[in-house]
Design a protein around this ligand. Structure first.
Ligand SMILES: [Zn+2]
Ligand SMILES: [Zn+2]
Length: 328
């Protein structure tokens, strides 16, 4: 667990995705921001019990956005703690099984785009526990010292959180604090303020604008959906640099024309680009990438393994199972 600022705790899970335990200021009260991938509920509950006290529960779960790596364990956690899952209304169609996000773009380039071909598009249905973030207040529920900011482009109803008093920013996937396109950087948690989740960015102009909005806050401490905590002068300087030199990808489905979304889901999509990579070649390549990632994770500590059986080509970590590594 890493501290972003007073009362703001980051739990990095599987070296890949972060959730935040944020104290409200009232003793014993806190809110969980994001829930990681599916199957992480026990790990998150154990971390909360250790951080606060056994049997503690948050006042609510608030999602930065509804991609599977942020809402994956929300259903189980909400049931365990008997709390609502609050998200911006523009995210509700996707987390209540009424719509699918704009399709990921495997043609945008980079390793994450490459693997995005294998990420599931169906999400767990949170209908029973989902609540809309009230749009008539800048303050997120329970977090009286904070305000939320709408930062679309990566997900239509994505929100970031900012605490003015000490300029703490929870930046969601508006950007990342590690280079998403470098597997070693992601796994080793090398800090670098970077573009986040390129294959899921359905509106690049909005992405750029969202980064500018957050850079203008001059944050003193940053925690994002992916990557380590960044504090001190590098935080604002790194984000300003990204905002001023925001690199659009060289190609991609959503580059010239964004996907259009409304309150009920996707309204219009640019044409599907030809994905020249044959599925088999993509599968082999993804396997190699994932095996490389697994090797980085466990390399050096593992004894020599027996040759794999046919049909079980890849290392036996969760990273090697397509379908367990959803959208960034
Ligand atoms: Zn995302
Ligand atoms: Zn993410």
């Amino acid at each position: 667990m890493d501290q972003v600022a007073a009362g703001v705790h980051q739990l990095r899970i599987k070296r890949f995705v972060n959730v935040y335990f944020v104290e409200t200021g009232t003793p014993g009260e806190w809110v969980l921001i994001d829930t990681g991938l599916p199957g992480l509920d026990k790990e998150i509950i154990a971390a909360a019990d250790k951080l606060f006290y056994p049997g503690t529960h948050p006042e609510a779960i608030i999602l930065t956005h509804g991609h599977l790596d942020h809402m994956g364990s929300a259903k189980e956690l909400a049931a365990h703690w008997h709390v609502p899952v609050i998200a911006h209304p523009l995210e509700l169609p996707y987390i209540t099984a009424k719509a699918l996000y704009p399709p990921s773009d495997p043609t945008v380039g980079g390793s994450l785009a490459f693997m995005s071909r294998f990420f599931p598009t169906q999400l767990p249905d949170l209908t029973d526990v989902a609540e809309a973030l009230p749009l008539d207040s800048e303050q997120p529920p329970y977090l009286v010292q904070w305000r939320w900011l709408h930062v679309p482009g990566h997900a239509p109803g994505q929100i970031a959180f900012f605490r003015e008093a000490d300029r703490t920013l929870i930046g969601a996937d508006a950007f990342a604090t590690t280079n998403h396109e470098s597997i070693p950087a992601v796994l080793l948690g090398i800090p670098e303020i970077s573009v986040a989740g390129a294959p899921f960015n359905y509106d690049w102009e909005k992405c750029r604008q969202s980064v500018r909005t957050l850079a203008d806050l001059n944050p003193a401490a940053i925690g994002c959906g992916h990557g380590p905590v960044i504090k001190g002068p590098e935080a604002a300087a790194g984000l300003r640099k990204l905002a001023d030199n925001y690199q659009l990808p060289a190609q991609g489905r959503y580059l010239d024309e964004p996907a259009l979304t409304d309150a009920s889901g996707v309204e219009h999509l640019p044409p599907k680009p030809a994905d020249k990579l044959p599925k088999q070649a993509a599968a082999i390549g993804a396997g190699l990438l994932l095996a490389g990632a697994a090797w980085l994770l466990v390399g050096g500590r593992r004894k020599k393994r027996k040759p794999s059986k046919p049909g079980k080509k890849y290392a036996d970590t969760t990273y090697a199972k397509p379908g367990r590594r959803p959208g960034a």
